[in-house]
Design a protein around this ligand. Structure first.
Ligand code: PLP
Length: 401
């Protein structure tokens, strides 16, 4: 029996035990040092042990922890105002504890909007292959990944998965029963695929023409990760009606939010939705401190600068190791590369050399470091990747299962 045995076997972690973090580094109980280029999968945006959210949490911990939405939540009032001031479309916010819950709220909001408009038949949510929206019943159905649906009973009605970036399939699928189009501006899990700005603009236009709502899932690509506060802000005239956020917005404290226009959220009245912990004072204190940091123009400028440097470095790795590295993927610091050797094996070699990374669909090495990394951290990661790829050259070529 191992220490891990009483936990569900849903994860297969390595033996090492991380007990402490500092900036872009994690340390084991034996004080081994790892360069963290995955950050809890796009979560610890300010790195580990950042004084600003720590102090915000400690200060709030001495005041009040939990109240519930039955009472005024000062932190939620303040943070919702910050989000709505920063995002032109956003006028109403519902706070959650996770990304999947933010998506559940987003999809309920979309269906309720059409229901209240006298079109209850409009309940279909259109999504795209490679999408990932969480692991609850509604969100695995929205994601449409057969691997995540298998074994969990009949697929829920009201979700239609379309081929990624297939305009004709999309136009053909839109009908009088369509409630919303749900899309990640940069697909995370699906292989770090950014949707081109003209696609986002095209989606916005299509939704306007057909009376459909546009929902963005910015759980992974939001919170400054691409160098804009939210990834869709790279595109003009492509604002959503509803947006789900989580992961980075809490910087490592569990929280998420669903943001919407006032008109779209109008139907979400008392009794329609709720959450015990949503908007709780501890989460709001951290979320507010994180927001203040990541929304500074100089913070986002540094994300752009360091990610440009990182892409240059990845280009040279691709040139050096043409039999290991395929297409470069992602946007900003949600980045990586498609590999010609099995991504999981390559990741293991890198891990052995002290670099934490992840993988994504399409045999992609996924990297999502803290947004506070410097050019030196990039040089260090690239040095480890170079040694990793040298070894990986000896691996058999990846074959799609
Ligand atoms: C992680 C993720 C989710 C789910 O978030 P949880 O907090 O794990 O529920 C949803 N959408 C995207 C794009 C994600 O990356």
């Amino acid at each position: 029996m191992g220490a891990h045995d009483n936990l569900y076997n849903c994860y297969v972690p390595p033996q090492e035990l991380f007990v402490r973090g500092e900036g872009a580094y994690l340390y084991t109980d034996k004080d081994e040092k790892f360069l963290d280029f995955i950050a809890g999968i796009s979560v610890n945006c300010l790195g580990h042990n950042h004084p600003v959210p720590i102090n915000a949490l400690k200060e709030q911990a001495d005041k009040v922890w939990h109240l519930s939405g039955m009472y005024r939540l000062k932190g939620a009032e303040e943070l919702s105002k910050k989000y709505c001031d920063a995002l032109p479309f956003a006028e109403k916010v519902f706070f959650t504890n996770s990304g999947a819950e933010a998506l559940e709220c987003a999809m309920k909001t979309a269906r309720k909007f059409h229901y209240d408009n006298g079109q209850p038949e409009r309940y279909d949510i259109l999504t795209f292959s490679g999408a990932f929206h969480g692991r609850t019943f509604a969100t695995i159905n929205a994601g449409g990944n057969p691997k995540y649906l298998k074994g969990f009973g009949p697929a829920l009605p009201g979700f239609i998965s379309l081929p990624f970036a297939d305009h004709e399939a999309l136009e053909a699928a839109v009908s009088d029963t369509t409630a919303a189009i749900l899309v990640e501006p940069v697909q995370g899990e699906g292989g770090l695929r950014p949707l081109p700005t003209q696609c986002l603009q095209g989606l916005r236009k299509l939704c306007d023409e057909k009376g459909i709502l546009l929902i963005y899932d910015e759980v992974q690509c939001g919170a400054g990760r691409t160098g804009k506060l939210f990834a869709h802000q790279w595109a003009e005239n492509a604002e959503p009606d509803i947006m789900a956020v989580a992961k980075g917005v809490g910087g490592g404290f569990p929280m998420g939010a669903c943001l919407a226009t006032e008109a779209v959220a109008a139907g979400m009245v008392p009794g329609t939705h709720g959450s015990t912990y949503g908007g709780n004072p501890l989460a709001m204190a951290v979320g507010s401190a994180v927001f203040d940091e990541i929304s500074k123009p100089e913070f986002l400028e540094q994300v752009v600068r360091v990610s440009n440097f990182l892409v240059q470095q990845f280009e040279s790795l691709k040139d050096e190791f043409p039999d290991v590295v395929g297409e470069l993927r992602g946007k900003g610091l949600l980045c990586g590369m498609q590999l010609k050797k099995t991504a999981l094996d390559v990741r293991k070699i890198a891990y052995g050399k002290g670099l934490l990374g992840g993988s994504a669909g399409d045999n992609t090495l996924r990297l999502a470091p803290a947004l506070i990394i410097t050019e030196d951290h990039v040089r260090e990661a690239v040095g480890i990747l170079r040694e990793t790829f040298k070894e990986a050259q000896a691996l058999p070529d990846y074959v799609e299962a």
